[in-house]
Design a protein around this ligand. Structure first.
Ligand SMILES: *Cc1c(COP(=O)(O)O)cnc(C)c1O
Length: 373
């Protein structure tokens, strides 16, 4: 519902497309001479796959990754000339639909490979496909042994354009699994000479040239998530989220706020009620609890804490210490932006920026900033 008017919407979600382009250029620079693709699955991590694909294709990105066929169709219409890979592979009976949209399956199991071979054999389809080989994640992909025997077999994958694998722990640079996966992937590449290789996600790019191969596949870093947790975020912020204050109320000392009465006013308090809740992606786990602080909102340049439990459509903020004129009905409270990063909000909710971004709801007024939109 991008057409929701700002006076009516509970929140305004601003997505900075120029920042996404700047992030893509920065990642491409770090990965060079490898090429840089863009992962736009899950509606480009909640940022809007159509707008993001259009702007990145204009910036020179020519390879996109989605998780599912339907996502691939949407990306195809935004980037008619691009290579588009479907990471979740070939769902049974969907080869013709993939070919119809000129999408490339990332084949990750022997049954998928034989179904694709039959389709190509029967139709003469000339479109490429990728092969996923597992190097330690144990999620998708052939085992090394399966890849070895496939590489020797006569009925090889037709038009194999890319061989890939995926890191399990690249955001923890000294995790021993990274080195093992890098070594294993080198062996995989040797099985398929002349075929391009791809291993690195966002954090993998920061593991250095051994992880880069021919093509890197960043997702979250494009959207401003920190690919180097524990270190300064090298990416530019993309998302800004503001909610509207519905009302400001006085809470007597000893009274409680919200479901479950989890917060008790220790002094006469003032609480601002903001019209964004967990249905909009501010996870309930961002609520304060006796053992941990909750998330914060910025009102008139200063941070104030969440109180009580985040509800479906509303959050309560303790603004007792705020100047009177800053906190009034209709004023805005910033949940992401003004110094609060997506990673900060994620940390308060006990999760990762990926989950915050992909949970951003449908009820916002969406504003796209930058580059011809
Ligand atoms: C999601 C995904 C990516 C992108 O990962 P980020 O950590 O968001 O950069 C890359 N490759 C595969 C296989 C993925 O599933």
């Amino acid at each position: 519902m991008p057409g929701i008017d700002s006076a009516e919407a509970g929140g305004i979600l601003t997505i900075d497309l120029e920042a996404i382009v700047a992030n893509w250029r920065e990642l491409a620079r770090r990965a060079a001479p490898a090429a840089c693709a863009a992962v736009v699955k899950a509606d480009a991590y909640g940022c809007g796959a159509g707008s993001v694909t259009t702007i990145l294709a204009q910036a020179g990105c020519s390879t996109f990754f989605v998780a599912q066929l339907a996502e691939g169709r949407a990306v195809r219409s935004a980037a008619p000339g691009a290579a588009i890979y479907v990471l979740n592979g070939l769902a049974p009976g969907t080869a013709a639909a993939l070919a119809e949209a000129d999408l490339r399956p990332v084949l990750g199991s022997l049954p998928e490979i034989s179904e694709w071979q039959s389709f190509v054999g029967a139709t003469g389809w000339h479109g490429p496909a990728a092969l996923h080989v597992d190097t330690g994640m144990n999620r998708l992909g052939l085992s090394l042994e399966e890849a070895e025997s496939l590489s020797l077999s006569r009925d090889f994958i037709p038009h194999l354009s890319l061989v890939m694998s995926h890191f399990a722990c690249s955001e923890i640079p000294d995790h021993p699994l990274n080195a093992r996966q890098i070594v294993a992937f080198r062996r995989v590449r040797a099985l398929f000479p002349g075929v391009e290789g791809s291993l690195a996600n966002s954090s993998g790019i920061f593991l250095g040239p051994d992880a880069h191969h021919d093509l890197v596949r960043p997702g979250v870093a494009l959207y401003g998530g920190n690919p180097t947790p524990g270190h300064l975020n090298p990416m530019t912020a993309v998302v800004d989220l503001r909610g509207r204050i519905v009302q400001v109320r006085h809470v007597a000392e000893g009274a409680t706020v919200g479901y479950g009465a989890t917060w008790i006013a220790r002094r006469p308090s003032r609480v601002a009620i903001v019209s964004i809740g967990y249905a909009d992606g501010i996870l309930r786990s961002a609520s304060p609890r006796s053992e941990k602080a909750g998330a914060q909102a910025i009102i008139a340049d200063r941070p104030y804490p969440f109180v009580g439990t985040v509800s479906m459509d509303l959050i309560a903020i303790d603004v007792t210490d705020a100047p009177d004129d800053a906190v009034r009905r209709g004023a805005r409270a910033t949940l992401i932006g003004d110094g609060i990063s997506v990673d900060d909000l994620a940390a308060h909710a006990g999760t990762v920026s990926y989950e915050i971004l992909t949970s951003l709801g449908r009820r916002y007024q969406r504003v796209y900033r930058g580059a011809g939109t």
